[in-house]
Design a protein around this ligand. Structure first.
Ligand SMILES: NC(=O)c1ccc[n+]([C@@H]2O[C@H](COP(=O)([O-])OP(=O)(O)OC[C@H]3O[C@@H](n4cnc5c(N)ncnc54)[C@H](O)[C@@H]3O)[C@@H](O)[C@H]2O)c1
Length: 512
């Protein structure tokens, strides 16, 4: 973009923002009209707007095209190119092109819309969802449902205040395989179960060097930035879309990307209906110097690609392990047996029972094993998570939702709490001995020392020189699940929310 173009672009954006702010103030009128939502007959047509039509938005479109009695009447994206591509595709399949808008607030001002689905980057989820519910729309919001704890609480409050359905995009909640595996587990199939380990062993290569990159000309960067900072307008990462996941202003690393599926399954399976009472993380963004064969290489991401988080829930505990480097030929003997694989990604949850294991290996596949790793059962079958949302909207019954916003908040919250410990300890570089001493002191149902040992081996196997690029150790944080406050470290509490830009302030639960 030339300087002249950029100035024009900024002027245009400022004008759009002012107009949009005026639009925003009228949304509350609609909220009064629509708060009382009425039951729709199973055959009545419903109108849906899809917000964010990039990667995941494509799945929202497919699901809504397949749903009976649903018309995609609007799509919204700050990237006009994405809007055009998706608009054409929908027109081909549906026979009618949806209205395209770049500003969500314009979409929400249309009273004819019943449902809004949101597949924007994470930093937009809560604000977009709250605006949508204030405007009287039922919402389906991608995981993680919020970017911080306060946003999640506000979303729950909005859903209750405006009596709107708010389904979270943790589609495993609708998976028959998982539902049946949990039935087997709850009937005692693997004995008593108090501990689960979530895994995101998912290879993530470097997203490119930290730098100064131009914003693509077809996007509205002010709107894209929304509740996050506006970076002047330059990018520090090479690729505009998707790689924001690894920049903490917008994304939440893989603990908050893949994590909310598995933290959700772990919590659901163990029957935990609250936040943890203590949390500690260790990890780092490690291994990219070895990958690039450049000791001075600095990757543009600032979230951990290696992170182990321990969550204590009193008599139960969960450990979540994130690994972004290669797990091929790893020496994780037990995990390899549980996943029946020595190479490639391993994404799932292991439940440890006194008589065996349940392993969620895929979205729609679980196995039960005895203590000697012999398979005793398997469970197959997916589900229709969007269909479940639509059904709940028609019936106007929140209890029908498989993934109500409160579940999404508790599970996304696990990612946020883990990341707060990591971010706070980021500069606290620890030797392996220091890490060992720290985890030895943590009450957990895991073998903390063994998990640390495997993590260290994984890093050194991937060429990480831990003397030069050490692991960071976060503080052990104590949390009051009811008050949603840290109790042993006041400095941690500001991390439960963020500073918002004017025009994009996410309301709190009290003022939603
Ligand atoms: N449930 C799942 O299995 C699953 C899978 C993949 C992604 N996701 C989630 O979906 C979300 C999107 O991920 P993605 O991989 O598609 O990212 P992406 O960057 O490919 O797509 C995001 C899209 O949102 C648009 N956008 C950004 N701000 C917007 C705004 N204010 N209004 C309208 N559009 C806006 C972007 O231009 C882009 O087209 C993430 O939160 C991710 O965690 C969920």
């Amino acid at each position: 973009m030339t300087n002249q173009n950029r100035r024009d672009f900024l002027r245009k954006t400022a004008a759009t923002t002012t107009a949009a702010s005026l639009l925003a103030s009228s949304r509350f009128v609609h909220a009064q009209d629509a708060a009382a939502g009425t039951t729709k007959s199973p055959n009545s047509q419903m109108s849906v707007a899809i917000v964010g039509v990039g990667g995941r938005g494509g799945s929202h479109i497919s699901a809504m095209l397949e749903a009976d009695g649903v018309n995609i009447t609007h799509i919204c994206d700050i990237d006009a190119g994405a809007g055009d591509r998706r608009g054409k595709l929908i027109e081909e399949k549906q026979g009618k092109r949806p209205i395209f808008e770049t500003d969500l607030r314009r979409v929400l001002d249309d009273k004819s819309i019943d449902m809004v689905t949101i597949a924007t980057p994470n930093h937009w989820h809560a604000l977009a969802g709250i605006w949508a519910m204030q405007a009287g729309k039922d919402t389906y919001i991608e995981k993680p449902v919020c970017h911080n704890i306060a946003e999640g609480t506000a979303l729950i409050a909005a859903s209750r205040k405006y009596d709107k359905m708010c389904q979270v995009g943790t589609q495993c909640r609708s998976s028959q395989a998982i539902i049946e595996a949990f039935k087997f587990m709850n009937e005692g199939g693997i004995g008593e179960v108090k501990f689960a380990r979530g895994l995101c062993y998912k290879r993530r290569k470097s997203i490119g060097a930290l730098g100064d990159y131009a914003i693509p000309s077809n996007v509205d960067f002010n709107l894209w930035s929304g509740p996050a900072q506006y970076t002047d307008p330059r990018l520090t990462r090479e690729r505009f879309h998707y790689d924001w996941h690894w920049q903490r202003q917008y994304g939440n690393g893989d603990l908050g990307n893949q994590g909310p599926h598995q933290t959700d399954i772990a919590r659901w399976g163990l029957g935990i209906d609250t936040h943890p009472t203590s949390i500690i993380s260790y990890g780092g963004r490690l291994g990219y110097q070895a990958e690039k064969k450049d000791p001075n290489y600095v990757d543009a991401g600032d979230t951990a690609n290696t992170e182990v988080t321990l969550y204590n829930y009193g008599d139960k505990s969960i450990v979540f392990e994130t690994r972004g480097l290669s797990v091929d030929n790893s020496a994780d003997t037990e995990i390899n047996r549980l996943f029946d694989s020595t190479s490639g990604n391993k994404i799932g949850v292991i439940f440890y029972g006194t008589k065996g294991y349940i392993v969620q290996r895929e979205y729609s596949y679980c196995v039960a094993m005895d203590k000697d790793f012999n398979q005793i059962r398997d469970f197959k079958g997916g589900g229709d998570h969007f269909g479940n949302f639509i059904d709940a909207c028609r019936r106007r019954d929140r209890n029908v939702l498989n993934a109500d916003v409160r579940e999404g908040h508790l599970s996304a919250g696990m990612s946020h709490l883990g990341n707060i410990s990591y971010y706070m300890g980021e500069n606290n570089h620890a030797s392996v001995d220091e890490l060992q001493a720290a985890v030895d002191g943590i009450k957990s149902l895991d073998d903390n020392a063994a998990t640390l040992e495997r993590t260290v081996k994984h890093l050194t196997d991937n060429g990480v020189d831990l003397e030069k690029y050490p692991i960071s150790l976060g503080p052990h944080l104590e949390f009051d699940p009811e008050a949603e406050k840290f109790t042993n470290l006041e400095a941690a509490n500001p991390w439960l929310t963020r500073e918002y830009r004017d025009d994009f302030v996410c309301p709190t639960a009290e003022n939603v």
